[in-house]
Write a protein that binds this ligand. Structure first.
Ligand code: GLP
Length: 279
């Protein structure tokens, strides 16, 4: 994992947005995996600004979102559909055809989840998956105990996640208790991952993700198994990292290297990387 620490939320967001913008500049048909939550909002704001300032064409990209609440229609103000529309899609002028989100209202979630996996494959796989981390160390809605090989599915939310989400709803009873989410296995198949965290409330799980054991109890720790996971946080979220000085040393030493690996840009290299020798 490439651990990077920025001064504050804004510089963290700028650094994240720069990675996404440079990817789209070089690969106009990039496939982006997107996250919701308060953490990536600054990245999205910066991305919209950079896209305008540098005249970057986003019309060829495809997006897949990590998750959606079960039982909320897309039009609900707290649905992840609405969140994405307001925080990113409108600003970048993305069309409905370019964006893929799971529906919280499908009567057959099993078939929908299987179709979602297939659509990701048909699009050529996700080039860069943006992630946040939940208060219990989850990525997407892969709660503690989720299979680290899990695929997109309907899941029950942890009471801590439900409690964390009450701030967005008028009444406690309105907070969704289930969600549809990519699995950890789905996420690990992205060619690169970018996970963000800010604030001292995340410092404990951030340290567990980076320096703790790989465990289904902190599903973000599965990113230790990913060949190219970038973890950017502010100083507060990084406060409990034991090897912080070393990570900063690495970041400085490799400052002249590209943030994303070559295999994201070269499909042939990616195929070679993933195929077994035939002879
Ligand atoms: C939800 C989302 C996650 C997100 C998490 C943290 O659980 N499903 O994808 O990472 O919230 O949200 P925040 O960034 O607001 O702390």
């Amino acid at each position: 994992m490439f651990v990077k620490v920025e001064r504050d939320y804004e510089t963290m967001s700028q650094r994240g947005a720069r990675i996404v913008a440079d990817l789209v500049k070089q690969k106009s048909d990039a496939v982006l995996g997107l996250a919701t939550g308060s953490t990536p909002v600054g990245l999205y704001e910066n991305l919209i600004r950079i896209a305008k300032d540098e005249n970057i064409d986003f019309s060829g990209i495809t997006t897949f979102n990590l998750d959606e609440y079960e039982g909320l229609p897309a039009s609900h103000p707290e649905s992840y559909h609405t969140f994405m529309q307001v925080n990113l899609f409108d600003g970048l002028g993305l069309s409905e055809q370019q964006t893929n989100l799971l529906s919280g209202m499908d009567i057959d979630p099993v078939a929908q989840c299987a179709d979602f996996e297939m659509m990701i494959r048909r699009a050529g796989g996700i080039d860069l998956q943006i992630l946040g981390i939940g208060g219990d160390g989850h990525i997407a809605f892969c709660e503690p105990g989720s299979s680290l090989a899990g695929r997109t599915s309907l899941v029950a939310l942890h009471p801590k996640t439900i409690a964390d989400n009450t701030r967005f709803f008028d009444k406690k009873e309105d907070v969704p208790r289930k969600a549809l989410t990519m699995g950890v296995g789905t996420i690990l198949e992205a060619r690169s991952c970018l996970i963000l965290a800010a604030g001292d409330a995340k410092s404990e799980v951030w340290a567990q993700m980076i320096e703790g054991p790989v465990t289904s109890q902190v599903t973000a720790s599965a990113l230790q198994l990913h060949p190219w996971a970038i973890a950017i946080s502010d100083r507060d979220a990084a406060a409990k990292l034991k090897n912080l000085d070393f990570y900063q040393h690495i970041d400085g030493e490799l400052a002249d290297q590209p943030e994303l690996p070559l295999w994201v840009f070269q499909p042939e290299l990616d195929q070679r990387r993933n195929s077994m020798p035939t002879a």
